[in-house]
Design a protein around this ligand. Structure first.
Ligand SMILES: Cc1cc2nc3c(=O)[nH]c(=O)nc-3n(C[C@H](O)[C@H](O)[C@H](O)COP(=O)(O)OP(=O)(O)OC[C@H]3O[C@@H](n4cnc5c(N)ncnc54)[C@H](O)[C@@H]3O)c2cc1C
Length: 410
């Protein structure tokens, strides 16, 4: 780890902190009572069935507030409403937002993944149609890659798009598409070369399409998850017609577009350690009032110390990745390691929370004894997803074994 913040970085931090000091309290005062059950959950799982529209309206308002200050999409080019932020400024931004525990945004997929791809691959017409829409939270966006037979092995995707005049005609099935039921638009990967899989070149013949999810032939069915919420969906295409003009990149270039999209997804871990440290402090503080005896338990004390140490380690891992980027060295081993740390810590903290807070922490939403409206119970079950989403634990370990340790293959 070897870097220091420049005067520009510090000015950037000051500007952000001043803006948050001004705007965040006003926003929270205005919106604090707007959620249906009085609780707040700002990860993607908050997009559940109950109170979803209230929560999404709050997120929309926050994203618009951020956009007014040009803080919604800092990595985007200035001409598109961003700040051309450097990698270091992105780290400062993520850490500061985590420290202030800012509300969730309306279009995380759109701002972090799909918007940058439209800016990178889209025609001027496409940019004019969609970039501001994403930035200003006009519509919600989702990302439809996974299929029943294409998850970790994404290139095995089989949703077919056949060219017919100025349209593609789509047939197939996507699954686990987060928030598709509230999205107007989605970036989808489809197969335009149907021979590619059989001919052993499955990464070819994939095309990226932006799809209006309200067209005929698209059926979206929410799937109930382990937390009892309906956050992700099955998306069925039956002769759905999508204009060729909605294609992002060339026909068959979808893999390139997708890799850029997933690459953007992996940049956002910098604020993680700060957020997790705040979570740990919050649960210890809460234990003092709801289950104080737990804090004398040697086993639990050791787990708190262990979590604290690992959070610090994660912070250093992120800084090491940043210093490598600044020295133009490859930082890739830190990327799968950070993903593993994230999922491990998210689950460890959720398990620690229910043990620290006592039996009432396991009571679900609606139960008379539930603490914080059942939020800890929900967190406990929901965090299982962190070892699946954004690349499963096993796949990350394969990458580390192959590329970092260079373990021999049989
Ligand atoms: C909460 C949540 C939200 C999601 N949102 C979206 C979304 O918005 N859009 C979207 O497109 N997808 C989304 N997904 C899907 C996600 O990307 C996939 O679940 C993920 O890629 C894994 O694919 P799979 O579920 O098909 O599991 P599989 O790939 O079938 O894996 C099953 C098991 O086999 C293991 N495995 C697979 N391959 C290997 C290997 N080579 N070596 C060792 N072990 C292996 C895996 O680690 C896993 O344990 C979401 C998933 C979750 C849980």
């Amino acid at each position: 780890m070897d870097f220091s913040y420049t005067e520009e970085d510090e000015a950037f931090r000051r500007e952000l902190v001043e803006w948050l000091d001004d705007e965040l309290p006003k926003f929270l005062a205005e919106w604090s009572d707007e959620t249906s059950d009085g609780t707040e959950s700002d990860d993607e799982a908050g997009v559940g069935s109950g109170g979803v529209m209230d929560q999404m309206e709050r997120r929309r308002a926050w994203q618009r507030k951020l956009n007014e200050g040009r803080w919604a999409a800092i990595s985007w080019p200035e001409v598109h409403g961003g700040r051309d932020a450097t990698v270091t400024q992105n780290v400062i931004y993520s850490e500061t937002m985590a420290r202030y525990r800012t509300p969730g945004i309306y279009n995380a997929n759109g701002l972090w993944q799909i918007g940058p791809m439209i800016i990178r691959w889209g025609t001027e017409e496409q940019q004019a149609m969609w970039v501001d829409n994403i930035l200003n939270a006009d519509d919600h966006w989702c990302q439809g890659f996974s299929e029943p037979e294409a998850g970790s092995d994404l290139a095995n995707l089989r949703t077919v798009a056949v060219r017919d005049g100025d349209d593609y005609v789509l047939n197939g099935r996507k699954i686990w598409t987060s928030s598709a039921h509230i999205a107007k638009w989605g970036l989808f990967l489809v197969r335009t070369d149907t021979d590619a899989i059989a001919e052993g070149r499955k990464h070819e013949g994939i095309t990226a399409l932006i799809i209006d999810l309200e067209i005929p032939g698209v059926t979206i069915t929410p799937i109930r998850d382990i937390a009892g919420e309906e956050m992700f969906c099955e998306v069925l295409f039956e002769d759905a017609r999508v204009p060729v003009g909605y294609r992002l990149g060339g026909e068959g270039e979808g893999w390139l577009v997708a890799m850029g999209t997933l690459g953007s997804e992996r940049v956002g871990t910098a604020g993680l350690a700060v957020g997790m440290r705040a979570d740990l402090d919050a649960m210890v503080n809460l234990a003092r009032s709801v289950n104080p005896g737990a804090l004398d338990d040697p086993g639990l004390r050791e787990r708190i110390a262990d979590a604290h140490t690992r959070i610090e380690y994660t912070k250093l891992l992120n800084y090491r990745a940043l210093s490598k980027i600044l020295k133009q060295e490859k930082n890739w081993p830190e990327v799968p390691l950070a993903k593993l740390q994230w999922s491990y810590l998210a689950q460890t903290l959720a398990e620690l929370a229910v043990d620290l807070l006592g039996p009432s922490a396991l009571a679900a939403k609606g139960a008379p004894d539930a603490i914080d409206g059942g939020a800890w119970n929900r967190l406990y079950v929901f965090q299982r997803y962190t070892s699946i989403g954004a690349g499963t634990t096993e796949v990350q370990k394969n990458i580390i074994a192959d590329k970092a340790i260079k373990m021999p293959r049989a």
